[in-house]
Design a binder for this molecule. Structure first.
Ligand code: KG4
Ligand code: ZN
Length: 351
């Protein structure tokens, strides 16, 4: 069987949950306490491994996960000051992500759960990001709109209850994080590009060099960022070398502004369309300083309750996986011992 088995009679004895995340280039483990509080959150980033290639190299990612998973998990247990027998369950990212990288986490989690005689559940990576909205704010209400903005996804959902999301719209081409990473690459910034571009933009004038904002008319809640990338390329070609150095920060600020204003516009459009009064924005790009500022300003004006996770829960981490896993364990979901990871977005999994 390839999936979690849903809707089994819930016999789970609530208690601490270990979360494990290895879908891409972060090896992460985290323990949530019985009440859902984060007892530990350990992340080992592989950025140094992939930096010179300008992107994640799947084979290197898998090897680095194999090297790190044991010590990251031990560190999370130690930080939580718990022993193995205190754990009531394990949650692991089952997909989407890099096949070899996911396999490391899934096999490790299954083996650990089997050895300890506790249940294990597979969690969708997006489901984890969505759960992160409640990590810093347990009282955040439902129903709400959730905008997931990461390296691979720009998805708007309406969420009515835990485990159920209704897709409102997504990107037609690049994800917002991809637009940041590719823009940063064009500007000669490091990898990963998002944080570097964010940093440089803070020193620039966002109005100096305007970029087109892609507001797709037909698909009100859809996004498109590929044209923006092309616009940056043309502007870069138009500058000579000396001018480019002087205007790099303005370019970064203008480019970033075009991405984040569209994200904010569409997120609040979704809030208006659905009639809900709460908005969560999650995923790596939700760490962006300008996006956070604009979201807070707009939420304030429109009297919308806003949840943006604390920075440590925006980019990939295992606390979010443990949080989503906790809900799934509670609802009776379990990962079969012969279950495999999935590499693309799995519509059958609850988000
Ligand atoms: O959620 P995440 O850690 O991994 C995926 O699930 O993809 O998101 C990673 C993405 C990358 O594209 C990265 O450049 C972007 O999030 N990111 C940022 C910032 N921090 C991370 N983008 C803009 N500004 C940031 N401060
Ligand atoms: Zn992610």
């Amino acid at each position: 069987m390839n999936h979690n088995s849903p809707h089994r009679a819930s016999s789970w004895q609530a208690g601490p949950v270990l979360g494990i995340e290895t879908s891409c280039d972060e090896t992460a483990a985290s323990v949530l306490g019985r009440d859902g509080s984060v007892l530990s959150n350990v992340i080992s980033s592989q950025h140094a491994v992939h930096q010179r290639y300008g992107g994640v190299v799947p084979e290197l990612a898998s090897r680095a996960h194999v090297e790190m998973i044991e010590q990251v998990t031990m560190a999370a247990m130690e930080e939580a000051t718990l022993s193995w027998r205190d754990l009531a369950g394990i949650a692991v990212t089952q997909g989407p992500g890099l096949a070899g990288a996911l396999l490391v986490g899934v096999n490790y989690a299954k083996t650990l759960a089997y050895t300890l005689g506790i249940p294990v559940v597979g969690v969708g990576h997006l489901e984890g990001h969505i759960a992160s909205a409640w990590l810093g704010n347990h009282q955040f209400p439902l129903p709400c709109v959730v905008l997931v903005v990461s390296g691979g996804h720009t998805h708007l959902y309406r969420k009515d209850q835990h485990g159920i999301c209704h897709l409102l719209g997504c990107t037609r081409d690049d994800a917002a994080g991809e637009a940041f990473d590719k823009g940063a690459q064009m500007l000669g910034l490091g990898f990963p590009g998002g944080p570097a571009l964010d940093g440089l933009a803070q020193t620039g004038n966002r109005l100096a060099i305007p970029f087109p904002k892609s507001t797709i008319k037909k698909g009100r809640l859809e996004f498109s960022f590929s044209g923006l990338k092309t616009a940056l390329l043309y502007k870069l070609h138009a500058f000579d070398e000396t001018k480019l150095v002087a205007q790099k920060a303005d370019l970064a600020a203008g480019y970033q502004e075009a991405i984040v204003t569209v994200l904010v516009e569409k997120a609040f459009l979704a809030v208006r369309d659905t009639g809900v009064s709460a908005l969560a924005v999650v995923g790596g790009v939700s760490a962006n300083s300008r996006l956070r500022t604009l979201l807070k300003e707009r939420a304030n004006i429109e009297q919308i309750e806003l949840s943006i996770p604390p920075l440590r829960f925006c980019t990939d981490n295992a606390a979010m996986i443990a949080a989503a896993g906790r809900n799934a364990l509670q609802s009776g979901h379990r990962l079969a011992l012969d279950a495999e990871p999935f590499t693309t977005l799995e519509p059958a999994l609850p988000v």
